[in-house]
Design a protein around this ligand. Structure first.
Ligand code: SAH
Length: 376
């Protein structure tokens, strides 16, 4: 009996952006324009089988099936909330799960997707952080959430595949600590051969990983959101422990630089409203001072509770007063309406199913933070 050498792993084309796909075709002696054709089949049409790619020759289809595959993650469950918010629990091939949420509104449909299984940052008010951390998502697993949601929504009555107009990376994980896999996924969201979303409609949210912000602003034109949550270092150190590494004065300076190359950019500052913690009038005044000279919008997020948290949501009256002070100082300030909380799909309620967590967490955080220094 002849023992064939083991076949190398097939490359999953789902996670390749245009540049990577071109490279792949060149490496097998094919014309680079094939990359556009294949991207369209995968992301526009939703084809997973090379046999259906009818504008490729039979030989090329055969060749591709030898070396490559198109493999989205699996949908474990789909839930729909009373307000039509939808949540998918997505199972990865190692058994871990992440969550993606679709939030429809009258003039848009926003998909919130995850970048990591769990999160290492351990922000005090976020349930994802309390679940520990397992691993980074691959770019196929990141874009796979959009691929799945587009297909799922197009099957629903009355919805079509343009139901998703915006994508926000505000699900589980810290996108900037998985920069190398997040970037190709962002490129696919923006690409005319894939999802074709405008730069204003793709948003990356970060707790403030400065080297990541710098690298992203050089490599992509997508919108940026910063999870600020506190107007001074003492409070932010407690709420967002990453602040000890990247304190406010450095974060604000980085935000100012962010506008240098592209003045039309804007940043959204996210601020979770925690009763009696960060919602005093004094905090609003400090915030006004901290953000002067940068063109930011402020998004107040009423805290969404989860089991065992000691925090509570600020009262509506407090949120209104906080908003009034910021608006009066000239900042466009919105309050994020809580959506999908009856299916645990609201901000900070996404927990997925994180396996093999916590012990690796600390070591990993250290390694990634020092690695991320080299990004920019
Ligand atoms: N790591 C990234 C993205 C994930 S969090 C970041 O920190 O930005 C997405 C947003 O939801 C952040 O602004 C986060 O602070 C907020 N959030 C987390 N937990 C929350 C909760 N329990 N209630 C309301 N908002 C929360």
């Amino acid at each position: 009996m002849i023992n064939n050498p083991p076949l190398p792993n097939k490359v999953n084309l789902l996670g390749l952006d245009l540049a990577a796909m071109r490279q792949l075709f060149e490496s097998i002696g094919e014309k680079p324009f094939r990359a556009q054709q294949v991207l369209k089949w995968i992301h526009e049409v939703g084809v997973l089988d090379f046999e259906h790619m009818t504008n490729l020759s039979k030989d090329l289809r055969e060749k591709l099936s030898q070396i490559a595959e198109i493999k989205p993650p699996a949908v474990l469950s789909e839930k729909c909330a009373g307000d039509d918010t939808r949540k998918w629990i997505i199972q990865l091939n190692d058994g871990n799960c992440v969550e993606a949420v679709f939030i429809p509104a009258s003039n848009r449909g926003t998909l919130c997707i995850s970048s990591q299984v769990g999160c290492i940052l351990n922000c005090d008010f976020c349930s994802t952080g309390k679940q520990g951390f397992s691993r980074n998502l691959t770019s196929a697993e990141i874009i796979g959430q959009l691929w799945i949601a587009v297909r799922a929504l197009s099957q629903k009555q009355g919805l079509h595949d343009h139901a998703i107009t915006n994508v926000v990376m505000m699900g589980m994980g810290e996108p900037m600590l998985n920069y190398e896999n997040v970037l190709p996924a962002l490129n696919l969201m923006r690409s005319d051969f894939a999802y074709g979303l405008s730069k204003y409609r793709v948003t990356v949210s970060t707790a403030g990983v400065i080297p990541g912000i710098e690298a992203l602003s050089a490599a992509s034109d997508v919108a940026l959101a910063i999870s600020l949550h506190a107007p001074n270092n003492a409070l932010r150190d407690k709420l967002v422990p990453l602040n000890k590494k990247y304190p406010l004065e450095e974060l604000i300076a980085t935000c100012k630089d962010y506008f240098k190359n592209e003045p039309r950019r804007s940043i959204v500052m996210e601020y979770v409203m925690l009763d009696g913690v960060n919602d005093h009038i004094e905090h609003a005044k400090q915030l006004v001072k901290l953000l002067r000279d940068i063109s930011v919008k402020i998004n107040l997020i009423p805290f969404n509770p989860f089991p065992h948290t000691t925090y509570q949501r600020s009262t509506d009256a407090t949120i209104d007063e906080f908003q009034r002070i910021l608006s009066k100082a000239g900042y466009i300030t919105t309050v994020r309406r809580t959506r999908g909380d009856d299916i645990d799909a609201a901000c900070g309620q996404l927990v997925g199913q994180v396996q093999d967590r916590t012990r690796r967490q600390e070591r990993y955080l250290k390694a990634r933070l020092s690695e991320s220094e080299n990004l920019s």
